[in-house]
Design a binder for this molecule. Structure first.
Ligand code: F6P
Length: 543
């Protein structure tokens, strides 16, 4: 029988089975977890049983996950719609034999990393200065992969910050660049223009605004700009000379680019040594992913749990819930990583997929989410598989009582999702408070938790640079494995193109410089209403 079919039948046969009953088998917690890089991934609180797990692993084998994995690490052009290798792992690999198309890619990676480290050291030590003195503020201007990775990681590693303050500007909404620059002294600010293509309209617009802001106060603003880009020529045309352009190859996808030059803001914040620890953490997860048997392989099992919940059980979304305030940007980072990679509708061959690909990914840090959307997760009719993350220790020994509360809440939420509360239990509690009869019955029904709601938990000792590197690489490989099983190309993003094209067509009409030819009636009506609300339609002379 087809493996997908067998999995669906396993699910149908066991859909109402209490997950708790699976714990009757001794040692389930241990048998349904994977360990790597000092971390433990627990997936015992899912409805996956031995048969389902065997089938999921068979699915990974049938899709040739091991073969595709080696093709990726060896630099074969697995990004087939763009004819590119996928070698972001080379950015963090220890010295070795990474080859793409017969070329040793590690030499270029090493040279760029050394240039980044030299630059970071000179800035952090006050040798590279702005017109007004040592650099105090760094403004990274980028969007998507050129923003989310460094912004997420810089926040995550706040205890390691001993360099300049780092700010991130992404949105083309002028409010973003305005509010960030208002906090900086132009004479002591470095602007990083982070754009692989150096054409992204949001980034280029913000970069030009930042350059004009600096030019008002500084004689040579270009001296305080660096570019992180694959296109040195465009960066040069913007006024940034080759010596301050940190390049990377087309085999580094935007959402996988944090490990190279796009990580410069992180390196400036935490220093080159801690950045190397971060790279080493990613490389350690790579080594685990390449070597561990599938059933012990953390990224593979994380991916298989994802396939089980979305493609087999039909749960539309998954919530990522870091009980770690410094991972507040992890859900946003994973939204791009997972949804831009696997939000696809056709397979490698262009044929329609037989099943939906990536799920909706969302989340917020705990415990905040508990006071916002957990109501729906516990009692809503739809099931949202939850992915909890929590550290064994916090960074603030003097606040250990906070961390104890944090851990207790994390464990309590997954326990509540697992066991729920029956009508009889709710009624008993209310009876104890003196309620009786119809009122007791009515009130008790509101206090029932169905339970049997799946979750996984990733635990790690402490959120340090190496652990963060391992966590990010874990999720990258999870996306890869899910993509291989679904038969899609996880490394292109054609779905972002249409909106960009329409935005550039609409811009003249929004500015009032042209009529809205070709737009649909709804768009025309909205634009007319916006113009009316804005007061007078602005002409070119008003801009
Ligand atoms: O949103 C599309 C996208 O191409 C992302 O994949 C990428 O991370 C982002 O835009 C930014 O691109 P760039 O680094 O070229 O400015």
């Amino acid at each position: 029988m087809d493996i997908w079919q067998a999995l669906s039948e396993n699910h149908a046969a066991n859909a109402d089975r209490p997950i708790l009953r699976l714990f009757d088998a001794a040692g389930r917690a241990g048998h349904y977890s994977a360990e790597a890089c000092g971390m433990r991934f627990d997936y015992s609180r899912t409805n996956i049983d031995d048969d389902a797990r065997d089938l999921l692993i068979a699915l990974a084998q049938a899709a040739d996950v091991p073969g595709r994995r080696e093709a990726m690490f060896e630099g074969r052009p697995i990004n087939e719609t763009e004819g590119r290798a996928v070698l972001h792992t080379a950015l963090r690999a220890p010295e070795g034999q990474l080859v793409a198309g017969g070329e040793d890619v590690k030499a270029g990676v090493r040279e760029t990393l050394a240039r980044m480290e030299d630059f970071a050291a000179s800035l952090r030590e006050g040798r590279y200065c702005g017109a007004g003195g040592p650099i105090a503020d760094v403004v990274n201007i980028g969007i998507g992969g050129s923003d989310l990775g460094p912004a997420m990681a810089t926040l995550a590693l706040a205890p390691w910050h001993d360099g300049p303050r780092c700010h991130f500007v992404s949105n083309v909404d002028g409010a973003h660049v305005h509010d960030v620059l208002a906090r900086c002294d132009p004479g002591r600010t470095l602007v990083i223009v982070a754009s692989k293509t150096f054409t992204t309209v949001e980034t280029m617009t913000n970069a030009e605004t930042a350059r004009a802001w600096m030019a008002r106060a500084v004689a040579e603003p270009a001296r305080q700009f660096v570019a992180l880009s694959s296109d040195a020529a465009r960066a040069g045309a913007f006024g940034i000379p080759p010596g301050r352009v940190f390049g990377f190859e087309d085999w580094v996808g935007g959402r996988y680019s944090l490990w190279g030059p796009i990580g410069l803001s992180l390196m400036l914040a935490i220093g080159p040594a801690a950045f190397r620890d971060f790279l080493a953490g990613g490389a350690a997860m790579d080594a685990h992913f390449r070597a561990a048997p599938l059933e012990e392989n953390m990224p593979v099992m994380l991916a298989l749990v994802g396939i089980w919940h979305h493609q087999i059980c039909g749960h539309a979304s998954r919530a990522v819930l870091p009980y770690d305030q410094r991972l507040a940007r992890l859900p946003a980072y994973l939204q791009q990583l997972e949804m831009e990679s696997n939000g696809k509708r056709v397979g490698m061959d262009g044929a329609d997929l037989p099943r939906p690909a990536g799920p909706i990914v969302w989340g917020e840090p705990g415990t905040n989410g508990q006071h916002a959307f957990f109501q729906l997760i516990h009692q809503g009719r739809q099931v949202v598989p939850c992915e909890f993350l929590v550290a064994a220790r916090g960074h603030e020994p003097e606040l250990a009582h906070h961390h104890a509360l944090l851990v207790a809440n994390c464990l309590a939420q997954s326990a509540a999702l697992l066991r729920g509360r029956t009508l009889a239990e709710a009624a008993e509690t209310l009876a104890g408070r003196g309620l009786t009869g119809a009122e007791l019955e009515r009130q008790a029904r509101h206090r029932v938790f169905p339970g049997n709601r799946p979750s996984t938990t990733l635990i790690y000792p402490l959120l340090d640079p190496a652990t963060l590197g391992a966590i990010i690489a874990l999720y990258e490989h999870r996306v890869f494995v899910e993509g291989v099983i679904l038969g899609i190309n996880s490394f292109d993003q054609w779905g972002v193109e249409l909106g960009k094209e329409l935005a550039s067509q609409l811009l003249p009409a929004v500015r009032g410089e042209a009529t809205v030819d070709g737009a649909d009636p709804s768009t025309r009506a909205l634009l007319a209403a916006l113009h009316e609300m804005a007061g007078a339609r602005p002409g070119p002379e008003d801009r």
